[in-house]
Design a protein around this ligand. Structure first.
Ligand code: PMP
Length: 403
């Protein structure tokens, strides 16, 4: 064993000492703090997972059934290949993009480890195709977006998107900032259920963005991580489909981790639409080569479950029914909060799991210390962490901390 006193350690390579210290992820740190808090009325609004009325994040019924099928029927765990479960990507393409776009020869898709893997693969592909491109990202956004594109060697620029104090999208400011984008730049867009704000672009605003992308030669990369948790499966995909229909080139990074409740199984896909069908095989080849060097093959279990569910009429209907119930729960909580607290009326108009409260970090810390209410440091709350029972405690605490 090499310990601090051994002569080997004394002359050891010191490369690791040159690393910059990285602060721990603030949101993940909250998990430990919440667990060790013994106040019975504590509320976890931090971590971004769906919760039911009992505060649990259960395995969905259709997923449990599909797991039983898999246990029964799977005869090998031999390698699948860099594209993973191709039937999964084929079936999911129709759910996400609708059958016309899904069947286009200009489209190619590949299974990825979660939405994060899809974003990273998309970033690597764009880095190969357009190494000088800048990725434009609205502020605020999911904190992992910037690091993913920077790690792939792309440049990142922020544009104004959401005015936290006014609780609305500042669309004029967004389009003003995007004037600085250059042809060939990438525009990252949340397809629905914006994380962390819950703010939704209106169809007319999406049309303006599509027109802008077409005119300026900007390529949209849409991040769709919450399909079905806003207004419905088709409704939540409408903007993505409209962008794919309107523009020659587009990318879609998709996550099944929320709408199938498969978080830790890491299920996602990346689709890339090329301007010409002839280019699609080139894109496909590069996607596979990149996937091979990133993770070789994506994890199979979760994608196999999604494939089994989407391939079975009964399981699919049950999945859709449970997803609808999850959506109704979130939207019901949104309505309740908005009706009880007029200053939070915006929460009733927004969609998805998240909302952002205009609170200073000190106020967020006070919510935790004085009232046992855990929120992300930027004021983001997970609506699904609320219940009919804990809403009064949440609103009363908020009234004391940030009246
Ligand atoms: N995009 C957004 C907007 C997200 O909120 C998340 C997850 N929090 C992801 C992508 C990544 O999803 P996954 O867990 O499937 O990697």
């Amino acid at each position: 064993m090499i310990d601090a006193y051994s002569p080997v350690a004394a002359r050891a390579w010191d490369g690791f000492d040159q690393l910059d210290a990285v602060p721990a992820d603030a949101l993940l740190g909250l998990i430990g703090l919440y667990r060790s808090d013994d106040r019975p009325d504590k509320i976890d609004l931090g971590v971004g997972v769906f919760r039911n009325d009992d505060g649990a994040t259960p395995v969905m019924r259709a997923v449990k059934s599909a797991e039983a099928h898999l246990l029964q029927d799977q005869s090998t765990k031999s390698y699948l290949g860099a594209d993973g479960d191709s039937r999964f990507a084929e079936l999911l393409a129709e759910v996400a993009l609708g059958s016309d776009i899904a069947r286009s020869p200009r489209l190619c898709g590949v299974q990825t480890p979660g939405g994060t893997g899809a974003l990273r693969l998309g970033a690597e592909l764009l880095q190969r195709a357009a190494p000088d491109a800048t990725v434009w990202i609205g502020e605020p956004t999911w904190p992992n977006h910037g690091p993913i594109f920077l790690s792939a060697g792309l440049k990142v620029a922020g544009h104004r998107f959401y005015d936290v104090a006014a609780a609305t999208i500042d669309f004029a400011a967004m389009m003003e900032d995007l004037e600085a984008a250059m042809p060939g730049d990438i525009l990252l867009l949340h397809g629905c259920c914006h994380n962390p704000t819950g703010a939704t672009l209106a169809p007319g605003q999406w049309a303006t963005i599509a027109g802008f992308c077409e005119e300026k030669g900007i390529i949209p990369l849409i991040d769709l991580a919450y399909q079905g948790l806003g207004d419905g499966l088709d409704e939540d995909a409408a903007a993505t489909r409209a962008m794919f229909a309107a523009l020659p080139a587009a990318l879609l990074a998709y996550s099944c981790d929320k709408n199938f409740g498969l978080y830790r199984d890491r299920v996602g896909a990346l689709w890339v639409q090329s301007p010409r069908a002839g280019t699609a095989p080139l894109v496909r080849g590069n996607m596979f080569a990149l996937a091979r060097s990133l993770w070789s093959m994506p994890p199979d279990h979760g994608a196999a479950l999604v494939r089994i569910i989407l391939d079975s009429r009964d399981l699919r209907a049950d999945w859709e029914a449970e997803l609808s119930a999850m959506r109704l729960r979130i939207n019901g909580l949104r309505e309740t909060v908005a009706a009880r607290q007029p200053s939070l009326a915006f929460i009733g108009r927004q969609r998805g799991m998240f909302a952002m409260l205009p609170m200073a970090p000190g106020e967020v810390a006070e919510m935790r210390a004085r009232h046992g209410i855990y929120m992300a440091p930027n004021g983001r709350i997970n609506i699904a962490g609320l219940t009919r029972e804990n809403i009064p405690h949440f609103l009363a605490s908020l009234g004391q901390v940030a009246p």
